[in-house]
Design a protein around this ligand. Structure first.
Ligand code: SAH
Length: 287
């Protein structure tokens, strides 16, 4: 079974250039899980205006009827557009920091949306809500946060929570391109083992995100540094990290088949990273 700590193996041992940067910071570095309380605020800042998957998910949810269950809802990036379809949304999330950020977002949303949302603290790899849903959504390729037993638990729980005719919508990596053994600096391109992206948050703060992903590795490591560590002279420097499994679509489809779910359609997504394409899988309970 997956416990919260399974998502952050080896905090403190970062590979590649991110590891070197962390070592350079020495005692000043304050290492966090990307989804802990401080991490939730940074995650929210970076993704607040990110719209990827929203259009595709909303279009598919509209084809279903009844209440919606959103898994790993985070700070509500997908929850608000789902509520805007007019449906009731149960937003399940493990991290109290993320749930607090979601509450804040809901508090400033129109009442007609807010009143249709039920945030729930729970683990997507084992939940029992005593209710069935017309659509269950797990977006943002967040299935990658679970190990194989965690995914088996997730699919079993999804099967128990889908109403007749209901749809399970889950995004994952479709296609992973190989790295080339190079620890890339910015813009060194699709083949690098480590890519660095500069990101601007909604607050105006700038971050540098390292994505370390050697060819053939089954996990990639994402680490977020403040954009200005070079300029800052002293004081603590918060660094946020998460280990993300690679769960290719074909593996996911095999696992869901065993769990009694069948593929209805593969919807390619226009997004991904330098090294991969994403896909939205539409599934139903096997007849
Ligand atoms: N869907 C949101 C959040 C994606 S980030 C968005 O698009 O912005 C992934 C989220 O999964 C984080 O909020 C993290 O706290 C949550 N999470 C990680 N493991 C989980 C688990 N086992 N059960 C439920 N949520 C989990």
């Amino acid at each position: 079974m997956t416990s919260p700590t399974d998502t952050v193996p080896a905090l403190g041992r970062l590979p590649g250039r991110a590891g070197a940067l962390l070592a350079e910071l020495g005692d000043r570095a304050e290492l966090h899980d990307l989804y802990d309380e401080a991490g939730s605020a940074v995650y929210h800042d970076i993704t607040a205006s990110d719209t990827h998957e929203v259009r595709e998910l909303v279009a598919l949810v509209r084809q279903s009827t009844g209440p919606v269950l959103e898994l790993a809802a985070g700070s509500g990036r997908l929850t608000l557009p789902l509520l805007a379809t007019g449906r009731h949304v149960t937003a399940l999330e493990l991290s109290p920091g993320m749930l607090a950020a979601l509450d804040e977002r809901l508090a400033s949303a129109p009442v007609r949306l807010r009143e249709r949302c039920t945030p729930v603290r729970g683990d997507m790899s084992r939940f029992d809500l005593g209710q069935r849903f017309g659509a269950i959504v797990l977006g943002t390729t967040s299935v990658s946060l679970l190990d194989a037993p965690g995914r088996a638990g997730l699919f079993a729980a999804v099967r128990e929570h889908l109403a007749p005719g209901g749809r399970f919508l889950i995004s994952t990596v479709d296609d992973a391109l190989p790295g080339n053994g190079v620890e890339g600096e910015d813009g060194e391109g699709p083949g690098s083992d480590e890519n660095v992206y500069e990101l601007a948050g909604a607050s105006g703060r700038v971050y540098r995100m390292h994505e370390y992903w050697p060819s053939g590795a089954t996990t990639r490591k994402v680490t977020v540094f403040p954009g200005d560590t070079d300029g800052a002279q002293d004081g603590p420097v918060p660094v946020f990290t998460s280990s993300i499994a690679i769960v290719p679509a074909d593996l996911l489809i095999d696992e869901t088949t065993v769990a009694g779910l069948s593929l209805v359609a593969r919807h390619p997504l226009p997004t991904g990273g330098a090294r991969h394409r994403d896909v939205l899988l539409e599934m139903e309970v096997t007849a």
